[in-house]
Unconditional design. Structure first.
Lengths: 319, 598
């Protein structure tokens, strides 16, 4: 097992390096630089801009810039944001709590919907409940989040005036009022993301459970006279979970990367909105850091999923 | 009628022989607008400077106004006025730092950290135009309690002009010399007579940062100063917290140097999102007090306004949407460069073609159906401040007339309906950035041109590419590898010198200067160059205004430049809020004077 883990981790290194090279090259090839706005401003002489570029090392050849970024990264120095001149790790840490709270809760909500609904629908296929759940799930993942987001805003903020649609990080209230305000402003983004994700997962859980529930060992368990709840939980769900774990594990890095569209609509200051503004202003250190951490997380959660298989199904062994 | 008559009349006003009202009336009779006439009086010293009364501030005590919530759909990332590239960062820095003076929306100066606006009368200005002496306000304190003095002002000059600091404001400071006269007086000295002296220490580039906190970061380490993100200024609001790209909070400064100000106890500027929902948050739900830069279709704004909670503020400035007809040939390569000034555009060299092109765009339709209140039609390139607005230009939309002009010039229609002459066909590539109103304008232009036998091939380039300075990209607007193009240019100051230099021969954009020259249309005119350099040294404000009007007339009547619509700044605020806005300064330039009906 340990040997297997070590091997997987060693394999991860070249893939991370490869990812960083590709990211860096693509960013270097993209048009524009962080001082674009200065170019159209007649009050700023062109040589000031040239000097700024030089001071940030933007005039060096791409490979030199890559190696200096890589060596700094290996030393744990994430670099400075070009546009706001604070360390990138600080910038990310500032956004992390909101991202984890909002996106994390939306994933929890998605799971909380998908698991019971999917399993229950699969144990009674083609019943009324299954039909309704299926229909809603189809609607759920067919509607894009920007649409449901606007729909919720129109309904709850503008027509009913119940919930605010601008997410604020500076709520003055303290104690319970703070939690209440926080809840009020988070509920729409969480619902939009959670329902979308939950709809897709419901379909997936249902089909995974359906695949297992028809197997002979389930019939055996039933004929032994085990209670239905025990069969479902112990024998069906556990085995049906293997593909679901892969899916959920691959979805987990998203908690870090945020949700660009939803964050933009509700003005949630998460990592997704950090990433998109960094991309728009060509803030290479921030883009590199966010995407690099994201790819590292994808690799890590992949590994985690593989390890979880072994626990769910002891027949799968690692050598 | 030109400046001789003007001067005579102003003299009569000064001597008391003609009333100011009489002067304005006579000017109106001559086709000059009333604002232009009053401004002429003000800048020649014949009327009290309007600058002292730029806002009708009514609250009678400091504080008590609760929270002011402002929404920007772009978020600020930095709080140092010398590094703030872009309006959002400049506005955010301006919440904390104040310049010596700011610009009123009528193009006059409003003293902030200066005790008074320098003039010849108060001996702030000299007759030779080589220096300006600023008297500083006494008793001003930084937010940390230290005294503000001339040393701080001089430090800002040293800081900004230092190449190692790489300040974006350096252009305003490196060609001047600043001398401390005493603790509350500084003198800015120029190398040559400078009619436009209000650049250094004024408005967006003029925010004064404290010497005692920045002196250790006045070199290559300037960008690492902790105070870049935790400002200590002199303004009405003190720093509370800042999350780059998201949220900025401030609170009332109990020691502010003006009585009864500010009105609000706390201030929050939230960034991010999109313009339409920002408009909604102010006009429809009233969650926020003020939303910046409403780049939203006017029809939507009108619908939101109907809720009755807020209003749209339109501030007329110098922004202009216009079309350029390339002077050079984009299809011919000379020394590895297209649109080289060694070539001439085969069709646009004929004034008749350019005149026809100017006759073929229906500015009324643009104003009515596309831009609404955000784009009034105009015939001038230089529209504001009013004293620089030419009364001589007219615009007209007439397909019939365009056809006549082209027929007379010998451009005959071919079998496909497209006009040609000596093998040159009137088929033009018309480029602009991707932007819904621009694509609709392109379509309107194309239809009209077709009826005059001119074919326009439309091209739209993503804004981030079109407006970039990427030397390797052929689609940038400064390269102008097309027959014609359209975009908006803005006027950053209340003085047109820097605005009008974009048609001088020295500024021609070319490979030699990495396409960083500002004369993108590559128009060259000896008379224009001569008048421009004359204006650069002309100290008489009346004569100078006349020169700029002449420059506008020259470039517009060449028809290489076709002005379409003005682009005023549009913002939204609650009905109860009284913001003080200016076309020549940032949104937050006079935040100290914002208040709300109780």
């Amino acid at each position: 097992m340990l040997q297997y883990l070590a091997r997987r981790l060693i394999i991860a290194i070249p893939s991370l390096l490869g990812i960083s090279v590709i990211l860096f090259t693509v960013l270097a090839l993209a048009p524009g630089d962080p001082f674009e706005e200065l170019a159209t401003n007649p009050a700023i002489p062109p040589d000031v801009r040239a000097h700024l570029r030089a001071s940030l090392g933007l005039d060096d050849p791409v490979y030199l810039r890559y190696f200096s970024w890589l060596s700094a990264m290996l030393r744990g120095d994430w670099g400075y944001s070009f546009v706001s001149r604070i360390p990138v790790d600080q910038l990310i840490l500032q956004r992390l709590p909101t991202t984890i709270a909002v996106i994390g809760l939306s994933q929890v909500l998605a799971l909380a919907i998908a698991m019971p609904v999917g399993v229950y629908a699969a144990t009674r296929p083609y019943s009324v409940f299954d039909q309704v759940a299926n229909t809603l799930a189809f609607i759920g993942f067919s509607l894009p989040t920007f649409f449901t987001g606007l729909l919720l805003i129109m309904l709850f903020s503008i027509q009913l005036d119940w919930l605010p649609f601008v997410f604020r990080t500076s709520i003055e209230a303290t104690g319970w009022m703070w939690w209440w305000e926080m809840f009020r402003q988070s509920i729409m983004p969480i619902a939009v993301l959670g329902l979308f994700q939950g709809a897709a997962w419901t379909r997936f859980v249902r089909s995974a459970v359906l695949d297992v529930i028809r197997l002979d060992y389930v019939t055996t368990a039933r004929s032994k006279g085990l209670p239905e709840s025990r069969i479902t939980m112990r024998h069906v769900v556990r085995n049906a979970m293997i593909p679901v774990v892969t899916l959920v594990a691959l979805q987990m890095p998203v908690v870090f990367s945020g949700a660009i569209v939803t964050e933009q609509i509700f003005r949630v200051p998460g990592i997704g909105s950090l990433l998109i503004t960094a991309i728009l202003s060509n803030d290479t250190p921030v883009i590199m850091a966010v995407t690099f951490v994201f790819s590292a997380l994808v690799i890590f959660f992949n590994l985690l999923a593989d390890v979880l298989y072994g626990w769910l199904d002891p027949r799968i062994s690692y050598r | 009628m030109y400046e001789d008559d003007l001067r005579q009349m102003i003299g009569r006003v000064q001597r008391g022989m003609l009333s100011r009202r009489g002067f304005v009336k006579r000017m109106a009779a001559l086709g000059l607008t009333a604002p232009m006439a009053t401004q002429l009086l003000a800048i020649t010293g014949a009327a009290p400077a309007a600058a002292q009364t730029s806002s009708a501030y009514r609250p009678t005590r400091r504080g008590g106004g609760g929270q002011l919530k402002i929404l920007y759909w772009q978020a600020s990332t930095l709080l140092n006025p010398h590094f703030g590239s872009g309006t959002t960062n400049q506005d955010a820095s301006r919440v904390f730092y104040e310049p010596l003076a700011g610009w009123n929306t009528d193009g006059t100066l409003h003293p902030i950290l200066a005790a008074e606006v320098p003039s010849i009368e108060n001996r702030g200005l000299t007759e030779d135009g080589r220096s300006v002496t600023w008297k500083l306000k006494r008793g001003v304190k930084w937010h940390d309690g230290q005294d503000f003095s001339a040393d701080d002002v001089v430090f800002n000059w040293e800081y900004a002009k230092n190449p190692a600091v790489a300040a974006v404001t350096s252009g305003s400071y490196r060609d001047v010399n600043v001398v401390k006269v005493d603790d509350y007086t500084v003198r800015v000295e120029f190398n040559q007579p400078t009619p436009f002296w209000a650049d250094a220490f004024v408005a967006a580039v003029g925010g004064i940062i404290p010497k005692h906190l920045f002196k250790d970061y006045a070199g290559a380490n300037a960008r690492d100063a902790p105070t870049n993100l935790r400002p200590v200024g002199t303004s009405a609001y003190k720093f509370v917290s800042f999350a780059p790209g998201d949220n900025l909070r401030a609170e009332l400064n109990p020691n502010y140097h003006l009585d009864n100000r500010p009105y609000f106890d706390t201030l929050e500027i939230k960034g991010g999102g999109d313009a339409v929902s920002a408009a909604r948050a102010v006009l429809q739900t009233g969650d926020y007090d003020y939303a910046w830069n409403m780049q939203v279709e006017d029809a939507i704004l009108k619908r939101l306004e109907a809720a009755g909670r807020g209003k749209v503020n339109i501030v007329d400035g110098g922004g202009i949407e216009f079309v350029q007809l390339n002077c050079t040939d984009p299809n011919q390569e000379v020394d590895g460069e297209r649109s080289s000034i060694k070539t001439e555009h085969p069709a646009f060299r004929d004034p008749a073609v350019r005149q026809a092109m100017a006759l073929l765009i229906d500015r009324n339709a643009l104003e009515q159906f596309i831009y609404g209140r955000g784009g009034p039609a105009t015939a001038n390139f230089l529209n504001n401040p009013p004293r620089f607005r030419s009364p001589n230009m007219r615009w007209e939309f007439s397909i019939q007339k365009a056809n006549d002009v082209l027929d007379a010039a010998g451009w005959a229609r071919g079998g496909d309906g497209i006009r040609a002459k000596n093998g040159v066909r009137l088929k033009f590539l018309f480029q602009t950035s991707v932007n819904a109103p621009r694509q609709r304008t392109q379509a309107i232009y194309k239809q009209a041109a077709q009826r005059a036998g001119i074919e326009l091939e439309l091209k739209s380039v993503t804004a981030s590419v079109f407006f970039s300075s990427d030397v390797a990209n052929p689609d940038t607007y400064t390269k102008l590898y097309a027959d014609m193009q359209m975009y908006t240019t803005t006027m950053p100051q209340a003085d047109p010198e820097r605005f009008m230099n974009q048609y001088t021969s020295a500024e021609v954009s070319s490979k030699a200067n990495n396409w960083q020259g500002r004369n993108i249309v590559r128009w060259r005119n000896a008379e224009y160059d001569r008048i421009f350099s004359e204006a650069q040294g002309e100290l008489d404000p009346v004569k100078r205004a006349a020169l700029f009007i002449r420059m506008n007339d020259l470039v517009v009547s060449s028809n290489h430049i076709i002005p379409l619509v003005k682009r005023p700044t549009v913002s939204a605020s609650l009905n109860t809020l009284h913001p003080v806005l200016s076309a020549w300064d940032g949104t937050t330039w006079l935040l100290s004077d914002w208040w709300r009906d109780a």
